[in-house]
Structures are given as structure tokens and as C-alpha cells.
Design a protein around this ligand. Sequence first.
Ligand code: PGA
Length: 244
Amino acid sequence: MRCVVANWKMNLASREARAFCEDLLGHFTPQAGIEVGIAPSFTFLHLVSELVRPIGLQVFGQNGHAEAKGAFTGEVSMPQLRDAGCSGVLLGHSERRQFFGETDAALATKVKAAWQWDLLPLLCIGETLAQRDAGQTLEVLRQQLSILAETGPGPLWVAYEPVWAIGTGRRAEAAQVREAHAFIRGELNRHLAGTDYVVPILYGGSVTPESFPELLTIPEVAGGLVGGASLDPRKFAELVKQAG
Ligand code: PGA
């Protein structure tokens, strides 16, 4: 299975989101074996899901709170994401870890909450440049995946996103991606031993239609989590086509 997910981050207004979806629908043919998702801002989740779910696209929240309801001003819960039409939720994006202090311990509770509300967690992991330069990449990935020892097994997608490659135009080298994805697969095999869960591992970080075909040739790269290039419906449709 291949997966291509648009992470719109804090971009677009509802009018632009509608225009994007209408444009995408004009260029998009659903293909067997490819899962396509969009992660819009909370304010137009409903709108996007009404437009794209009928043709089989998935809609992801960009974050979700572990509690189902209560006094958590400014937060959105997993059942609220479901109610808005989501089938999944991004968890642990490096911008959440970096700017909002999201910890592995908090992420373990969020993954469990997502499962409880039947949402597919797309867990994002990846090292900073300082960690890579210090030779700590694999240790960081091991640590970030160790939340699975706490959550136990369940349906999951993982995105490897080296922090230094996000939004920088600086994509990781093929050898770096190969090493990281192989390592992640080994860790997932360990955590999910004896279960039937098949976890696709997406690459994220400056993915474009120019770089995606080569990335897709790397073993264990099952697709992409795409920021900047996903804001252009033609480019996004092209990435989906390349994944086919
Ligand atoms: P980028 O973002 O494609 O703009 O690098 C990817 C992401 O943050 O998920």
C-alpha cells in the first residue's frame, strides 16, 4: 500500500480549501492500493471532509487532545475530530514537539485516545540537525517509537520526517532515508511482533514532484507526508499519480 498525505499546517482559508478540493477532484482518479489524505486546519475539517470523503480520500486532524471532553480551552478532542469527518489524526509532528512542548509521554496517551475513537494515528518522528550531527539519529527514532511499548499494538501509520528537511527545500539523501526507514521497520517489527498490523512508513520533508519518484524507489518508503508542495492541487495530484 502507498500513502500520500497533505499536511496543510496553518495555511489556507475555507474558500481556498474549497477551491483546492474542487481543483483536485478534477485531476484525481482513485487508484487501488493508494491511500490519499488531507490534514487541514480544524476550522474547515467539515468542509474538506464533505468534499473529499465521497471519493475515498481520508481526512486527518493535525492534532488531537487525549481527553474526550472537558475544560481544555483551545483544544480539540478525538471524538470532535471524528464528528468533523476525520478518519485519522497526525500525532507528534515535529512542529508540535518543538513549538508546543509535545512529549513522548503525552503522545502515548494521544495514540491510545485516537484508537479509542477509531481514528488512525499518523505518528511523526524524526531527528533534529543537532541530533543527526551528534550521531544520535537512530537512538532518537528508537526513543520516539518506544511509546508503542506503552500503548501496545494497534493500527498506525508512521512518517519519518528529519526535522532539518521540513520546509527547508533540503531533502534527506537516499542513503539517509534508507537507513532510517530500515531501522524504523525493525523497531516496528519488534513492537508489533505477533500481530497482523501492517504499518506503512511515509517519508516527509521537502517532498516535491521532482524528488518523490526517487524516494519511492527506496525500500520501506511507502509514500509521503507533504507540506509545502501539498498546497498546490496540481502538484499534489501529481504526487498521488507518482505513487501509483
Ligand atoms: P514540507 O513539510 O513538505 O513543507 O517540508 C512536511 C511536513 O512538515 O509534514
